[in-house]
Design a protein around this ligand. Sequence first.
Ligand code: DX5
Ligand code: ZN
Length: 219
Amino acid sequence: MQTKLVAPSLLAADFGNLQRDIELVNKSEADWFHIDIMDGVFVPNISYGMPVLKAMAKHANKPLDVHLMIVDPDRYIKTFASLGADNLSVHLEACTHLHRTLQAIKAEGMKAGVALNPHTSVSLLQDTIQDIDLVCLMSVNPGFGGQSFIENTYAKISALKDLIIQKNASTLIEIDGGVSGKNAKKLVETGADVLVAGSFVFGSDNPTETISKLKEEIA
Ligand code: DX5
Ligand code: ZN
C-alpha cells in the first residue's frame, strides 16, 4: 500500500511566529505543507497572498501543497510556480475550462490538483480524472479552519476511488477540513491518501507529537 501523507495547514499556524511553526513542520513527520490562498470572493474570507507565500517557501523544506480558493485561478498559475508551489489545486467551481487549466499547471512543472466543494459531485471529474494528480475533497465549506467534518465525505471518497480505479488513473485523494484523530483512520480506510489538518495540529499542546500520532494512526 502507498504511504499515506499528512499535510499540516499553515492557516492554523501562529502568524506572529510563522518561521517557528514552519521549522516545527520541517522537523516533524509531516509530508507536505498545505497552504490556503483565499481571495474574499470565491470564499468569504481572505487568508494571505504572494509575499507571505514567498516567506513560507524560503523556510519550508517539504513540498508546498497550495490550495487556491480564488476566482479565475488561471491568472496566477505562473506566479505560484515561480513562488515554489509543488502542487497547485484549483476549485472545479472556479474553472470554466478545467482541462486547459490543468494543462497550464502541468506546463509550469507543478502537480495539478482539483478541489471540490462539499456540494460538488465527484462524477463531474469523469472526463478529466486521468489528467488530475490530486483531488482535494473539501470536508467542510472552504474559507475557515476549525469547522466540523461533513460525514458525507466518506461516500464521496468511495465514489472517487471507484472512478480512479475504473479509469485506471493514479490520482491521489486528499481530504481537507475537520480532520482529526477521530476520523483519520476511517478516512484512509475509505480511500484517502493525504490528510490536511490545521486546527487539530496547531491547536494541540504539542503539534510535533500530534503529527506523529496522525501518521501512526494512518500507517
Ligand atoms: C479551509 C481550508 C483548510 C483549513 C483546514 O477552507 O481549505 O485547509 O485550513 O482547517 P481545519 O483542519 O482546522 O479544518
Ligand atoms: Zn485547504
